[in-house]
Design a protein around this ligand. Structure first.
Ligand code: ARG
Length: 468
Protein backbone atom coordinates (compact mmCIF):
# COMPACT_ATOMS: atom_id res chain seq x y z
CA UNK A 1 0.00 0.00 0.00
CA UNK A 2 1.42 3.42 -0.88
CA UNK A 3 1.17 6.51 1.36
CA UNK A 4 -2.17 7.62 -0.13
CA UNK A 5 -3.59 4.16 0.48
CA UNK A 6 -3.47 3.16 -3.18
CA UNK A 7 -2.27 -0.24 -4.30
CA UNK A 8 1.44 0.09 -5.16
CA UNK A 9 1.55 -2.34 -8.03
CA UNK A 10 -1.56 -1.39 -9.94
CA UNK A 11 -2.93 1.69 -8.15
CA UNK A 12 -2.05 4.23 -10.89
CA UNK A 13 -5.54 4.63 -12.33
CA UNK A 14 -7.37 4.41 -8.97
CA UNK A 15 -8.46 7.28 -6.76
CA UNK A 16 -8.96 5.10 -3.66
CA UNK A 17 -7.33 2.02 -2.28
CA UNK A 18 -9.26 -1.22 -1.79
CA UNK A 19 -11.75 -1.63 1.05
CA UNK A 20 -10.34 -3.61 3.96
CA UNK A 21 -13.02 -6.22 3.31
CA UNK A 22 -11.89 -6.49 -0.31
CA UNK A 23 -8.28 -6.85 0.82
CA UNK A 24 -9.15 -9.72 3.11
CA UNK A 25 -11.38 -11.25 0.47
CA UNK A 26 -8.94 -10.94 -2.41
CA UNK A 27 -5.71 -11.92 -0.76
CA UNK A 28 -4.05 -15.20 -1.67
CA UNK A 29 -0.75 -14.72 0.12
CA UNK A 30 -2.01 -16.78 3.05
CA UNK A 31 -1.84 -19.85 0.81
CA UNK A 32 0.27 -18.95 -2.24
CA UNK A 33 3.28 -17.96 -0.12
CA UNK A 34 4.39 -21.56 -0.47
CA UNK A 35 5.14 -20.73 -4.11
CA UNK A 36 7.82 -18.26 -2.94
CA UNK A 37 10.86 -20.42 -3.80
CA UNK A 38 9.49 -21.00 -7.31
CA UNK A 39 8.52 -17.34 -7.73
CA UNK A 40 12.04 -16.23 -6.78
CA UNK A 41 13.55 -18.81 -9.12
CA UNK A 42 11.26 -17.63 -11.93
CA UNK A 43 12.19 -14.00 -11.29
CA UNK A 44 15.88 -14.80 -11.44
CA UNK A 45 15.40 -16.60 -14.78
CA UNK A 46 13.39 -13.67 -16.10
CA UNK A 47 16.02 -11.17 -14.89
CA UNK A 48 18.83 -13.10 -16.58
CA UNK A 49 16.87 -12.88 -19.83
CA UNK A 50 16.30 -9.13 -19.35
CA UNK A 51 20.07 -8.78 -18.90
CA UNK A 52 20.80 -10.77 -22.05
CA UNK A 53 18.48 -8.62 -24.17
CA UNK A 54 19.81 -5.35 -22.74
CA UNK A 55 16.80 -4.27 -20.66
CA UNK A 56 18.81 -4.63 -17.46
CA UNK A 57 22.45 -3.65 -17.22
CA UNK A 58 24.93 -5.83 -15.37
CA UNK A 59 24.82 -3.71 -12.25
CA UNK A 60 21.02 -3.77 -12.09
CA UNK A 61 21.00 -7.50 -12.68
CA UNK A 62 23.55 -8.05 -9.88
CA UNK A 63 21.43 -6.05 -7.45
CA UNK A 64 18.31 -7.98 -8.41
CA UNK A 65 20.13 -11.29 -8.17
CA UNK A 66 21.54 -10.50 -4.72
CA UNK A 67 18.17 -9.24 -3.54
CA UNK A 68 16.38 -12.37 -4.75
CA UNK A 69 18.96 -14.56 -3.04
CA UNK A 70 18.55 -12.68 0.22
CA UNK A 71 14.79 -13.03 -0.04
CA UNK A 72 15.10 -16.75 -0.67
CA UNK A 73 17.09 -17.02 2.54
CA UNK A 74 14.57 -14.92 4.52
CA UNK A 75 11.68 -17.02 3.24
CA UNK A 76 13.51 -20.23 4.05
CA UNK A 77 14.30 -19.16 7.62
CA UNK A 78 10.74 -17.93 8.18
CA UNK A 79 11.99 -14.34 8.65
CA UNK A 80 10.03 -12.93 5.74
CA UNK A 81 7.13 -10.70 6.78
CA UNK A 82 4.15 -11.52 4.58
CA UNK A 83 1.70 -8.65 4.16
CA UNK A 84 -1.91 -9.44 3.45
CA UNK A 85 -2.50 -6.00 1.93
CA UNK A 86 0.04 -6.83 -0.79
CA UNK A 87 -2.40 -9.46 -2.00
CA UNK A 88 -0.27 -12.32 -3.23
CA UNK A 89 3.14 -13.95 -3.16
CA UNK A 90 4.24 -12.14 -6.32
CA UNK A 91 3.55 -8.61 -5.05
CA UNK A 92 4.96 -9.36 -1.62
CA UNK A 93 8.25 -10.49 -3.07
CA UNK A 94 8.43 -7.71 -5.65
CA UNK A 95 7.87 -5.05 -2.98
CA UNK A 96 10.40 -6.64 -0.66
CA UNK A 97 12.91 -6.61 -3.51
CA UNK A 98 12.07 -2.96 -4.18
CA UNK A 99 12.98 -2.18 -0.56
CA UNK A 100 16.41 -3.61 -1.30
CA UNK A 101 17.05 -2.12 -4.73
CA UNK A 102 15.51 0.40 -7.13
CA UNK A 103 16.41 -1.96 -9.96
CA UNK A 104 13.40 -4.02 -8.84
CA UNK A 105 11.22 -1.52 -10.73
CA UNK A 106 12.53 -3.06 -13.95
CA UNK A 107 11.99 -6.71 -13.00
CA UNK A 108 8.39 -6.91 -14.12
CA UNK A 109 9.25 -5.70 -17.65
CA UNK A 110 7.53 -7.86 -20.27
CA UNK A 111 5.92 -10.00 -17.61
CA UNK A 112 2.44 -10.24 -16.11
CA UNK A 113 1.36 -11.97 -12.95
CA UNK A 114 -0.56 -14.23 -15.30
CA UNK A 115 2.49 -15.79 -16.96
CA UNK A 116 4.40 -15.42 -13.69
CA UNK A 117 1.98 -17.56 -11.69
CA UNK A 118 1.69 -20.04 -14.57
CA UNK A 119 5.47 -20.42 -14.42
CA UNK A 120 5.59 -20.71 -10.63
CA UNK A 121 3.05 -23.51 -10.55
CA UNK A 122 4.78 -25.42 -13.34
CA UNK A 123 7.97 -25.35 -11.29
CA UNK A 124 5.94 -26.44 -8.24
CA UNK A 125 4.30 -29.34 -10.12
CA UNK A 126 7.66 -30.63 -11.36
CA UNK A 127 8.95 -30.64 -7.81
CA UNK A 128 5.76 -32.07 -6.28
CA UNK A 129 5.65 -34.91 -8.82
CA UNK A 130 9.20 -35.87 -8.06
CA UNK A 131 8.52 -35.87 -4.29
CA UNK A 132 5.38 -37.95 -4.73
CA UNK A 133 7.25 -40.43 -6.89
CA UNK A 134 9.72 -40.91 -4.04
CA UNK A 135 6.83 -41.42 -1.62
CA UNK A 136 5.26 -43.96 -3.95
CA UNK A 137 8.57 -45.83 -4.21
CA UNK A 138 8.78 -46.01 -0.42
CA UNK A 139 5.25 -47.43 -0.15
CA UNK A 140 5.91 -49.87 -2.97
CA UNK A 141 9.03 -51.10 -1.15
CA UNK A 142 7.04 -51.70 2.04
CA UNK A 143 4.36 -53.61 0.14
CA UNK A 144 7.01 -55.58 -1.67
CA UNK A 145 8.78 -56.58 1.55
CA UNK A 146 5.54 -57.95 3.02
CA UNK A 147 4.64 -59.62 -0.28
CA UNK A 148 8.06 -61.26 -0.36
CA UNK A 149 7.83 -62.56 3.21
CA UNK A 150 4.45 -64.09 2.45
CA UNK A 151 4.83 -64.79 -1.24
CA UNK A 152 3.36 -68.27 -0.90
CA UNK A 153 1.05 -67.81 2.10
CA UNK A 154 -2.39 -68.84 0.79
CA UNK A 155 -5.46 -66.70 1.40
CA UNK A 156 -8.87 -66.68 -0.22
CA UNK A 157 -9.24 -64.19 -3.05
CA UNK A 158 -12.65 -62.49 -2.98
CA UNK A 159 -15.26 -61.32 -5.45
CA UNK A 160 -18.42 -59.70 -4.04
CA UNK A 161 -16.55 -60.06 -0.75
CA UNK A 162 -17.34 -63.79 -0.98
CA UNK A 163 -14.54 -66.32 -1.01
CA UNK A 164 -13.74 -66.99 -4.66
CA UNK A 165 -10.44 -68.78 -5.38
CA UNK A 166 -7.21 -69.25 -3.48
CA UNK A 167 -4.46 -66.70 -4.05
CA UNK A 168 -1.46 -65.83 -1.93
CA UNK A 169 -0.69 -62.82 0.26
CA UNK A 170 2.10 -62.13 -2.21
CA UNK A 171 -0.28 -62.13 -5.18
CA UNK A 172 -2.80 -59.90 -3.40
CA UNK A 173 -0.22 -57.32 -2.27
CA UNK A 174 1.54 -57.32 -5.63
CA UNK A 175 -1.76 -56.17 -7.15
CA UNK A 176 -1.27 -52.94 -5.21
CA UNK A 177 2.38 -52.71 -6.24
CA UNK A 178 1.19 -52.76 -9.87
CA UNK A 179 -1.32 -49.98 -9.16
CA UNK A 180 1.29 -47.81 -7.48
CA UNK A 181 3.67 -48.54 -10.36
CA UNK A 182 1.12 -46.99 -12.71
CA UNK A 183 0.71 -44.01 -10.36
CA UNK A 184 4.46 -43.53 -10.42
CA UNK A 185 4.38 -43.37 -14.21
CA UNK A 186 1.38 -41.05 -14.13
CA UNK A 187 3.27 -38.53 -12.01
CA UNK A 188 6.17 -38.57 -14.46
CA UNK A 189 3.70 -37.84 -17.26
CA UNK A 190 2.30 -34.92 -15.27
CA UNK A 191 5.84 -33.64 -14.63
CA UNK A 192 6.54 -33.93 -18.33
CA UNK A 193 3.44 -31.90 -19.16
CA UNK A 194 4.51 -29.31 -16.60
CA UNK A 195 7.86 -28.99 -18.30
CA UNK A 196 6.88 -26.17 -20.69
CA UNK A 197 7.67 -22.48 -20.09
CA UNK A 198 4.84 -19.91 -20.24
CA UNK A 199 7.07 -16.85 -19.60
CA UNK A 200 6.80 -14.38 -22.42
CA UNK A 201 3.05 -14.85 -22.71
CA UNK A 202 2.59 -11.69 -20.64
CA UNK A 203 -1.00 -11.05 -19.67
CA UNK A 204 -2.30 -12.76 -22.83
CA UNK A 205 -0.58 -11.27 -25.88
CA UNK A 206 3.10 -11.29 -25.05
CA UNK A 207 5.08 -8.08 -25.28
CA UNK A 208 6.47 -5.63 -27.81
CA UNK A 209 9.84 -5.80 -26.08
CA UNK A 210 12.67 -7.96 -27.47
CA UNK A 211 12.14 -10.85 -25.01
CA UNK A 212 14.08 -14.07 -25.54
CA UNK A 213 11.64 -16.82 -24.56
CA UNK A 214 14.06 -19.65 -25.33
CA UNK A 215 16.72 -18.20 -23.08
CA UNK A 216 14.47 -17.91 -20.02
CA UNK A 217 13.02 -21.39 -20.64
CA UNK A 218 16.54 -22.82 -20.66
CA UNK A 219 17.53 -20.84 -17.57
CA UNK A 220 14.58 -22.36 -15.69
CA UNK A 221 15.14 -25.92 -16.88
CA UNK A 222 12.11 -26.09 -19.18
CA UNK A 223 14.02 -28.19 -21.72
CA UNK A 224 13.58 -31.50 -23.51
CA UNK A 225 16.00 -34.44 -23.37
CA UNK A 226 18.23 -32.76 -25.96
CA UNK A 227 18.36 -29.61 -23.86
CA UNK A 228 16.10 -27.73 -26.31
CA UNK A 229 13.73 -25.18 -24.73
CA UNK A 230 10.05 -26.07 -24.49
CA UNK A 231 7.75 -23.06 -24.87
CA UNK A 232 3.97 -22.76 -24.58
CA UNK A 233 2.79 -22.15 -28.16
CA UNK A 234 -0.17 -19.84 -27.45
CA UNK A 235 -0.16 -16.97 -24.97
CA UNK A 236 -3.89 -17.07 -24.33
CA UNK A 237 -3.82 -20.78 -23.66
CA UNK A 238 -0.71 -20.41 -21.50
CA UNK A 239 -2.37 -18.05 -19.02
CA UNK A 240 -5.85 -19.62 -19.01
CA UNK A 241 -4.87 -23.29 -19.12
CA UNK A 242 -5.34 -25.20 -15.88
CA UNK A 243 -5.04 -28.69 -17.40
CA UNK A 244 -2.03 -29.40 -15.24
CA UNK A 245 -3.96 -28.66 -12.07
CA UNK A 246 -6.61 -31.16 -13.13
CA UNK A 247 -4.05 -33.73 -14.24
CA UNK A 248 -2.11 -33.41 -11.01
CA UNK A 249 -5.25 -33.54 -8.86
CA UNK A 250 -6.46 -36.49 -10.90
CA UNK A 251 -3.19 -38.40 -10.53
CA UNK A 252 -3.39 -37.68 -6.77
CA UNK A 253 -6.99 -38.93 -6.72
CA UNK A 254 -6.13 -42.19 -8.45
CA UNK A 255 -3.17 -42.83 -6.22
CA UNK A 256 -5.27 -42.05 -3.12
CA UNK A 257 -7.97 -44.32 -4.46
CA UNK A 258 -5.47 -47.17 -4.64
CA UNK A 259 -4.32 -46.48 -1.09
CA UNK A 260 -7.94 -46.32 0.03
CA UNK A 261 -8.77 -49.72 -1.47
CA UNK A 262 -5.64 -51.16 0.11
CA UNK A 263 -6.71 -49.56 3.40
CA UNK A 264 -10.11 -51.20 3.14
CA UNK A 265 -8.57 -54.63 2.46
CA UNK A 266 -6.24 -54.23 5.41
CA UNK A 267 -9.03 -53.06 7.71
CA UNK A 268 -10.90 -56.25 6.85
CA UNK A 269 -7.81 -58.42 7.25
CA UNK A 270 -7.17 -56.80 10.62
CA UNK A 271 -10.70 -57.53 11.91
CA UNK A 272 -11.33 -60.47 14.28
CA UNK A 273 -13.58 -61.95 11.58
CA UNK A 274 -10.68 -62.28 9.14
CA UNK A 275 -7.69 -62.22 11.47
CA UNK A 276 -5.11 -62.34 8.64
CA UNK A 277 -3.23 -59.27 9.83
CA UNK A 278 -2.06 -57.56 13.01
CA UNK A 279 -1.32 -53.87 12.79
CA UNK A 280 1.47 -52.30 14.86
CA UNK A 281 0.48 -50.38 18.01
CA UNK A 282 2.27 -47.36 16.60
CA UNK A 283 -0.31 -46.91 13.83
CA UNK A 284 -3.48 -47.84 15.72
CA UNK A 285 -5.44 -46.16 18.47
CA UNK A 286 -7.49 -47.24 21.47
CA UNK A 287 -11.02 -46.38 22.49
CA UNK A 288 -11.71 -43.83 25.23
CA UNK A 289 -14.41 -46.14 26.55
CA UNK A 290 -13.82 -49.75 25.50
CA UNK A 291 -10.48 -50.89 26.94
CA UNK A 292 -10.08 -53.87 24.60
CA UNK A 293 -10.21 -51.83 21.41
CA UNK A 294 -7.31 -51.40 18.99
CA UNK A 295 -8.60 -49.55 15.97
CA UNK A 296 -7.05 -49.34 12.51
CA UNK A 297 -7.40 -45.54 12.40
CA UNK A 298 -4.44 -45.08 10.10
CA UNK A 299 -6.27 -46.88 7.30
CA UNK A 300 -9.64 -45.37 8.13
CA UNK A 301 -8.08 -41.92 7.82
CA UNK A 302 -6.58 -42.85 4.48
CA UNK A 303 -10.04 -43.85 3.28
CA UNK A 304 -11.44 -40.60 4.67
CA UNK A 305 -8.76 -38.35 3.21
CA UNK A 306 -9.30 -39.94 -0.18
CA UNK A 307 -12.77 -38.39 -0.19
CA UNK A 308 -11.11 -35.04 0.38
CA UNK A 309 -8.55 -35.58 -2.39
CA UNK A 310 -11.29 -36.56 -4.86
CA UNK A 311 -13.23 -33.48 -3.72
CA UNK A 312 -10.22 -31.31 -4.64
CA UNK A 313 -10.35 -32.66 -8.20
CA UNK A 314 -14.08 -31.97 -8.44
CA UNK A 315 -13.51 -28.50 -7.00
CA UNK A 316 -11.05 -27.67 -9.81
CA UNK A 317 -13.21 -29.09 -12.58
CA UNK A 318 -16.18 -27.06 -11.43
CA UNK A 319 -14.14 -23.88 -10.98
CA UNK A 320 -12.73 -24.04 -14.50
CA UNK A 321 -15.69 -25.29 -16.51
CA UNK A 322 -17.48 -22.03 -17.26
CA UNK A 323 -14.58 -19.59 -17.54
CA UNK A 324 -14.19 -17.55 -20.70
CA UNK A 325 -10.65 -17.06 -21.99
CA UNK A 326 -8.34 -16.03 -20.52
CA UNK A 327 -7.40 -15.33 -16.91
CA UNK A 328 -10.27 -14.73 -14.49
CA UNK A 329 -9.78 -14.12 -10.82
CA UNK A 330 -11.69 -17.33 -10.08
CA UNK A 331 -8.41 -19.01 -11.01
CA UNK A 332 -6.79 -17.75 -7.84
CA UNK A 333 -8.82 -20.48 -6.14
CA UNK A 334 -6.93 -23.15 -8.11
CA UNK A 335 -4.08 -23.45 -5.63
CA UNK A 336 -5.56 -24.64 -2.30
CA UNK A 337 -6.96 -27.85 -3.83
CA UNK A 338 -3.69 -28.92 -5.44
CA UNK A 339 -1.63 -28.02 -2.38
CA UNK A 340 -4.04 -29.99 -0.23
CA UNK A 341 -4.01 -33.03 -2.53
CA UNK A 342 -0.23 -32.95 -2.52
CA UNK A 343 -0.02 -32.69 1.28
CA UNK A 344 -2.65 -35.32 1.97
CA UNK A 345 -1.31 -37.83 -0.52
CA UNK A 346 2.26 -37.34 0.72
CA UNK A 347 1.30 -38.16 4.28
CA UNK A 348 -1.01 -41.02 3.24
CA UNK A 349 1.87 -42.65 1.36
CA UNK A 350 4.21 -42.31 4.32
CA UNK A 351 1.62 -43.63 6.80
CA UNK A 352 0.82 -46.61 4.57
CA UNK A 353 4.50 -47.47 4.37
CA UNK A 354 4.96 -47.10 8.14
CA UNK A 355 1.93 -49.21 9.02
CA UNK A 356 2.91 -51.92 6.53
CA UNK A 357 6.47 -52.06 7.88
CA UNK A 358 5.12 -52.95 11.32
CA UNK A 359 2.30 -55.24 10.17
CA UNK A 360 2.33 -58.96 10.86
CA UNK A 361 0.55 -61.62 8.83
CA UNK A 362 -1.06 -64.45 10.80
CA UNK A 363 -0.11 -67.38 8.55
CA UNK A 364 -2.24 -69.89 10.43
CA UNK A 365 -5.43 -67.86 10.00
CA UNK A 366 -4.64 -67.28 6.33
CA UNK A 367 -4.08 -70.97 5.69
CA UNK A 368 -7.20 -71.94 7.61
CA UNK A 369 -9.37 -69.62 5.50
CA UNK A 370 -7.72 -70.66 2.25
CA UNK A 371 -8.26 -74.34 3.03
CA UNK A 372 -11.99 -74.06 2.39
CA UNK A 373 -12.39 -76.72 -0.35
CA UNK A 374 -15.13 -74.72 -2.08
CA UNK A 375 -12.42 -72.29 -3.19
CA UNK A 376 -11.28 -75.03 -5.55
CA UNK A 377 -14.68 -75.79 -7.09
CA UNK A 378 -13.51 -74.12 -10.32
CA UNK A 379 -10.40 -76.30 -10.33
CA UNK A 380 -12.72 -79.33 -10.16
CA UNK A 381 -14.59 -78.03 -13.20
CA UNK A 382 -11.23 -77.62 -14.98
CA UNK A 383 -10.43 -81.25 -14.03
CA UNK A 384 -13.65 -82.35 -15.73
CA UNK A 385 -12.78 -80.24 -18.79
CA UNK A 386 -9.52 -82.14 -19.02
CA UNK A 387 -11.60 -85.34 -19.11
CA UNK A 388 -13.31 -83.93 -22.21
CA UNK A 389 -16.48 -82.51 -20.63
CA UNK A 390 -17.50 -79.10 -22.07
CA UNK A 391 -16.96 -76.37 -19.49
CA UNK A 392 -20.61 -75.29 -19.26
CA UNK A 393 -21.58 -78.91 -18.40
CA UNK A 394 -18.63 -79.27 -16.04
CA UNK A 395 -19.80 -76.12 -14.26
CA UNK A 396 -23.27 -77.66 -13.79
CA UNK A 397 -21.80 -80.94 -12.54
CA UNK A 398 -19.70 -79.20 -9.90
CA UNK A 399 -22.72 -77.11 -8.91
CA UNK A 400 -24.68 -80.32 -8.39
CA UNK A 401 -21.82 -81.86 -6.37
CA UNK A 402 -21.70 -78.76 -4.14
CA UNK A 403 -25.47 -78.93 -3.60
CA UNK A 404 -25.29 -82.67 -2.79
CA UNK A 405 -22.52 -82.08 -0.22
CA UNK A 406 -24.50 -79.23 1.29
CA UNK A 407 -27.65 -81.40 1.59
CA UNK A 408 -25.61 -84.10 3.31
CA UNK A 409 -23.95 -81.48 5.53
CA UNK A 410 -20.48 -82.61 4.56
CA UNK A 411 -17.64 -80.83 2.81
CA UNK A 412 -17.22 -81.26 -0.95
CA UNK A 413 -14.27 -83.73 -0.87
CA UNK A 414 -16.15 -85.86 1.71
CA UNK A 415 -18.67 -86.92 -0.95
CA UNK A 416 -18.20 -90.61 -1.79
CA UNK A 417 -16.94 -91.64 -5.22
CA UNK A 418 -20.31 -93.35 -5.82
CA UNK A 419 -22.19 -90.16 -5.05
CA UNK A 420 -19.90 -88.16 -7.30
CA UNK A 421 -20.15 -90.68 -10.13
CA UNK A 422 -23.94 -90.77 -9.84
CA UNK A 423 -23.85 -87.10 -10.82
CA UNK A 424 -21.05 -87.43 -13.37
CA UNK A 425 -20.13 -90.95 -14.51
CA UNK A 426 -16.83 -89.80 -16.13
CA UNK A 427 -15.42 -88.59 -12.78
CA UNK A 428 -12.23 -90.54 -11.87
CA UNK A 429 -11.03 -91.89 -8.54
CA UNK A 430 -8.40 -89.11 -8.42
CA UNK A 431 -10.94 -86.25 -8.34
CA UNK A 432 -10.04 -85.26 -4.76
CA UNK A 433 -6.49 -84.37 -5.78
CA UNK A 434 -7.76 -81.00 -6.98
CA UNK A 435 -8.27 -80.01 -3.34
CA UNK A 436 -4.53 -79.82 -2.75
CA UNK A 437 -3.60 -76.12 -2.54
CA UNK A 438 0.00 -76.69 -3.68
CA UNK A 439 -1.29 -78.43 -6.78
CA UNK A 440 -3.71 -75.56 -7.38
CA UNK A 441 -0.90 -73.00 -7.28
CA UNK A 442 1.57 -75.13 -9.24
CA UNK A 443 -0.99 -75.33 -12.04
CA UNK A 444 -1.11 -71.54 -12.20
CA UNK A 445 2.24 -70.70 -13.65
CA UNK A 446 1.26 -68.48 -16.54
CA UNK A 447 1.92 -64.70 -16.45
CA UNK A 448 -0.37 -62.84 -14.06
CA UNK A 449 -1.32 -65.98 -12.08
CA UNK A 450 -0.49 -66.76 -8.45
CA UNK A 451 1.90 -69.67 -9.16
CA UNK A 452 4.97 -69.47 -6.90
CA UNK A 453 7.40 -68.87 -9.78
CA UNK A 454 5.21 -66.13 -11.21
CA UNK A 455 5.10 -64.37 -7.87
CA UNK A 456 8.81 -64.60 -7.25
CA UNK A 457 9.56 -63.38 -10.80
CA UNK A 458 7.32 -60.37 -10.32
CA UNK A 459 8.91 -59.61 -6.93
CA UNK A 460 12.33 -59.74 -8.60
CA UNK A 461 11.09 -57.46 -11.37
CA UNK A 462 9.92 -54.80 -8.92
CA UNK A 463 12.98 -55.17 -6.71
CA UNK A 464 15.06 -54.45 -9.81
CA UNK A 465 13.04 -51.32 -10.56
CA UNK A 466 13.09 -50.08 -6.97
CA UNK A 467 16.71 -51.05 -6.42
CA UNK A 468 15.84 -53.03 -3.27
N1 ARG B 1 -2.76 -14.20 -7.22
C1 ARG B 1 -3.17 -14.32 -8.59
C2 ARG B 1 -3.60 -15.77 -8.86
O1 ARG B 1 -3.07 -16.63 -8.26
C3 ARG B 1 -2.05 -13.97 -9.52
C4 ARG B 1 -2.50 -13.62 -10.89
C5 ARG B 1 -3.16 -12.30 -10.84
N2 ARG B 1 -3.49 -11.83 -12.11
C6 ARG B 1 -4.41 -10.85 -12.30
N3 ARG B 1 -4.66 -10.52 -13.51
N4 ARG B 1 -5.03 -10.29 -11.28
O2 ARG B 1 -4.46 -16.03 -9.66
Amino acid sequence: MSENGKQVTWGGRFKDGPDSLMLAFGESVSFDQRLAPYDLQGSLGHASMLLAVGILNQDEFNQIENGLKELAEEVKCGDFLWKMELEDVHMNLEQALRAKTEAADKLHTGRSRNDQVATDVRLFFKDACSQLREGIEQTMSSLLALAKNHATTPIPGYTHLQRAQPVTVGHHLLAYVEMLGRDHERFSNVANHANVCPLGSGAIAGSTLPLDRALVAKALGFVDEQGEPRLTPNGMDAVADRDLFVEFASACSLCSLHLSRLAEDLILWNSSEFGYLRLPDAFTTGSSLMPQKKNPDCFELIRGKTGRVIGNLTNLLVTIKGLPLTYNRDLQEDKPPVFDSFDQLSICLAVTAGALDGAQINEEKCLEAASDPLLLATDLADYLVELGIPFRQAHHVVGALVARAEESQISLPELSDEDAQSICPQIGKDWREVFDLSRAFAKREKPGMPGPNQISERIKFWEGILGS
